[in-house]
Ligand binder design. Sequence first.
Ligand code: CA
Length: 220
Amino acid sequence: MRILVVEDEPMLAAQLAEGLSAAGYVADIARNGADAHFMGDTEPYDAVVLDIGLPQMDGITVLKKWRAAGRAMPVLILTARDSWHEKVAGIDAGADDYLTKPFHMEELLARLRALIRRAGGHASTELVCGPLTLDTRSSRVSVNGRTLTLTGHEYRVLAYLMHHRDEVVSRSDLTEHIYAQDFDRDSNTVEVFIGRLRKKLPPGLIETVRGLGYRLASPQ
Ligand code: CA
């Protein structure tokens, strides 16, 4: 899952990126409203953390532009303390949730999990596909209760497939959702990660859909 962090305070932006990465996400950082608007308009983010007070274009304007253009990704806004009007304006502009600064990383992660879950139509923090369980709170993956050891990339590929289980996911979709923007992306590496995952998972769970991509299929 790939997150856009829009925050002009360098320390906070770095903390957010670090906390998200530790939780198994990849994060891109935008430091002003104009960059944020462009990135959110052109890249397929699974969620956005959007500060309201930004140079060049404020967060509410950025959000309004995205929504007017039909960009529907979940957006969590960061508001200043005691500014109820920012929350109202943000929610009216299309925000899905808000957090007041200062906040605890754990709370931000919990709210993001909930937003991503709802966007995918999932009710539970545990995603299940046959014998496979992914706990989005702990980033733990298990098969029949036995924990699997996965690399960061393997986890991100599997997490994306689990969030989109029973759907066909193309290699380019996977590439766009497992790497940050500045990463040297190569869609061939997705095949390598799929190959490694298949060796760790029960046979047949990840199907290849010829010419289209992959599907994590729920056993009947
Ligand atoms: Ca700010």
